[in-house]
Design a protein around this ligand. Structure first.
Ligand SMILES: C[S@@+](CC[C@H](N)C(=O)[O-])C[C@H]1O[C@@H](n2cnc3c(N)ncnc32)[C@H](O)[C@@H]1O
Length: 266
């Protein structure tokens, strides 16, 4: 590894295990999509990705930009690689999308903003696949299934937008330098490009999970009259004692549609 001191504030844990790097490459979907990487770091994953496809990498750290520019001078010159020096969240704010064509996001994400990045990739209409290294606990939240205790808004949004979502494999702390304090996982999500989620559904889920271990009916009573909740539950054959993590994403969608169509408190 180059003589670089990893910066905690940028979530820098560099992946040094070549077996893991190769397994990420093997997980790449077989398609013609462009590649976007967030946080190329010292460029170990970038070096492998750019052999397969043209790509853009977004990096916030000025010191790393200098290293990457000399390491990838040829690829930059041939325009196989575009290196953008910015905070990726600002790029999303400004551009709306990280690339103006269909792309797959492949990255070892900075953990302090990983959830936020995945949610932004969900909103990005050009992003199809998300293959990212995140904290294992975060990966579990995105891939939980109904009735599991981790099943909440993130998993429901993922199921609603996705055709496929799963954890591909776990990665131990010693695969990184410096090693993070937590176990990591490679998360795989394939979005359905025809689907979007509106803010009203997200707000609805937030209300449903205000107190995740209480009854769903109790949480819903902050936005829907109790008598209407009973009516809706009967129509949809939902048990009054049900907890928020016991309701499937499709049932949440149906409930939301009914609430939005006038049966809320306002
Ligand atoms: C976990 S490291 C991964 C580095 C490298 N890809 C690897 O696998 O070794 C996260 C990378 O994201 C970069 N980063 C952190 N915050 C960022 C942001 N807001 N926008 C763009 N890059 C960011 C860090 O500087 C670092 O290079």
């Amino acid at each position: 590894m180059e003589n670089v001191i990893a910066k905690k504030k940028f979530g820098q844990n560099f992946l040094i295990d070549t077996t893991v790097l190769d397994r990420i490459i093997q997980s790449m979907p077989n398609n013609n999509n462009y590649i976007v990487e967030i946080g190329p770091g010292l460029g170990d994953l970038t070096e492998k990705l750019v052999k397969y496809k043209d790509m853009t990498a977004y990096e916030v750290d000025t010191d790393l930009i200098g290293i990457l520019k000399s390491k990838f001078a040829i690829q930059l010159n041939e325009e196989k690689l575009k290196l953008i020096h910015t905070d990726v969240l600002e790029a999303w704010d400004k551009q709306g999308s990280l690339h103006n064509g269909k792309y797959d996001l492949i990255a070892n994400l900075p953990y302090y903003i990983a959830t936020n990045i995945i949610l932004r990739a969900f909103e990005d209409k050009n992003c199809e696949h998300i293959i990212v290294m995140v904290q294992k606990e975060v990966a579990q939240k995105f891939t939980a299934r109904v009735n599991e205790k981790e099943y909440s808004s993130l998993a429901i949004i993922t199921e609603t937008l996705g055709v496929d979502s799963r954890i591909l494999f776990d990665v131990p702390p010693e695969s990184f330098n410096p090693p993070p304090k937590v176990m990591s996982s490679i998360l795989y999500i394939r979005k359905d490009m025809n689907k979007t989620i509106d803010k009203s559904f997200k707000d609805f889920l937030k209300a449903c999970f205000t107190q995740p271990r209480k009854k769903l009916s109790k949480n819903l009573s902050s936005i829907v009259d109790k008598s209407i909740i009973s009516e809706l539950f009967e129509e949809l054959d939902i048990n009054d004692n049900i907890r928020p993590h016991e309701v499937s994403s499709s049932l949440y969608s149906q409930l939301h549609t009914k609430v939005r169509n006038g049966r809320n408190k306002n």
